[in-house]
Design a protein around this ligand. Structure first.
Ligand code: NAD
Ligand code: UD1
Length: 338
């Protein structure tokens, strides 16, 4: 298929582009470069040996989307474009509703106008809110604790209404747990601007000496070692999950399906520090700090539905996640010293 990736030069989009091309699909990236760099296209071309068109545009610009959809003969869209910083969404909710919700509305309008009705959407485990039971399955009640999470929930509801009104749509809502790690090539990975909010990029930068120490947000949770437990999933496994979802929705009946993409295995913050140090023979100094607002003790997936319906399960272990994160961090350091 010919697939348009909104947010295609971002962290997850770039890995999905590589996975799609390796399975014979063609991709077009559509990104406003708000949180990524066009150099990612050069790296993807080096990885895949394929020319990849990049349209620099904003998903709120319907004309630009319609033009890209028709000019490239697009048959399906994977929609990654969005803002994702929880703290920023609390401070600037209008920016988040505008970019994420209005942006998605603009996208589905353009798709409907062009007769493209196959869509995979990047949702998040954040839509489960405070877990009422674990592991989290797709039937767990949804709620939001911050504007970022609310944008994901609003978009899921919007897509549900669209699918109910027109059964020709084929929509997959993918609820990601905690994607980490990098492509085996070391050429693409997660490189957030400024100080990282998420654990793995923070650990990598501490190990590289770019940051002095990790703050462990709370060690008094009701978990085995008192630190927060999450379901970390290797980015390459997550990317493969998108290929499986896309290949599945074009063959099945429901207009909308929802799948968790996680491993089902929870690791604590201290498990992550220990594994990163052991696998990469580095030191990650840390100190215990107060809990971070909005954090939950434990959050991990039931990956059963994806295994059953997509024939997909995560293959890569914690060691592979830590090794690839470090390999990408070192590639970055080498590039910066050039
Ligand atoms: P990212 O910031 O690396 O990628 C998002 C891309 O979208 C960026 O390249 C950015 O420039 C682009 N973008 C943002 N607004 C745009 C707009 N209006 N028009 C065009 N392009 C725009 O983030 P990511 O980690 O790759 O996340 C991709 C998606 O997955 C997001 O929707 C995010 O909310 C969701 N998600 C991510 C995680 C995670 O841990 N990374 C977890 C759950 C869900
Ligand atoms: C966070 C967001 C979530 C979003 C996801 C991906 C919050 C409350 N949740 O999830 O909505 O979908 O990122 O972008 O922000 N930790 C530390 N020190 C750090 C960083 C993190 O101890 O410097 C701990 C956290 O307390 C948590 C774990 O590490 O226990 C994972 O944190 P993080 O990587 O930010 O992911 P989530 O909080 O699960």
């Amino acid at each position: 298929m010919n697939i348009l990736l909104t947010g295609g030069t971002g962290y997850i989009g770039s890995h999905v582009a590589a996975a799609l091309i390796s399975t014979g699909h063609e991709v077009v990236c559509f990104d406003n470069l708000a949180n990524s760099d066009a150099v990612v296209i050069d790296r993807l071309e080096a990885i895949t040996g394929t020319a990849i068109p990049l349209v620099v545009g904003d998903i709120r610009d319907g004309d630009a989307l319609r033009h890209a959809l028709t000019e490239h003969g697009v048959e399906a869209v994977i929609h990654f474009a969005g803002l994702k910083a929880v703290g920023e969404s609390v401070a600037q909710p209008i920016k988040y509703y505008d970019n994420n919700v209005r942006g998605t509305l603009s996208l589905v309008e353009a798709m409907a106008d062009c007769g493209v009705k196959t869509l995979v959407f990047s949702s998040s485990a954040t839509v489960y809110g405070e877990p009422r039971y674990l592991p989290l399955d797709e039937s767990h009640p949804t709620s939001a604790t911050n504007p970022y999470g609310r944008t994901k929930l609003m978009i899921e509801e919007m897509l549900t209404d669209i699918a109910a009104a027109d059964p020709d749509w084929r929509i997959a809502t993918l609820r990601y747990f905690n994607p980490v790690g990098a492509h085996d090539s070391g050429l693409i990975g997660e490189n957030p601007n400024g100080i990282p909010n998420n654990l793995m990029p923070f650990i990598s930068r501490v190990a590289a000496g770019r940051l002095a120490e990790l703050s462990v947000f709370g060690n008094d949770y009701d978990t085995p070692d008192g630190t927060g437990v999450r379901d970390y999933i290797h980015i390459v496994d997550l990317a493969d999950g998108h290929v499986a979802a896309l290949d599945t929705i074009v063959k099945i009946e429901p207009a909308l399906s929802t799948w968790n993409l996680g491993t089902g295995q929870g690791y604590s913050v201290l498990d992550m520090v220990e594994a990163f140090e052991r696998v990469n023979s580095v030191r990650v100094p840390y100190r215990v700090a107060p809990r971070r607002d909005g954090d939950v003790a434990s959050c991990y997936a039931s990956p059963e539905r994806a295994a059953r319906e997509l024939g997909w399960t995560a293959q890569r272990d914690l060691e592979a996640m830590c090794a690839s994160s470090w390999s990408f961090e070192r590639t970055l350091a080498m590039r910066n010293s050039d």
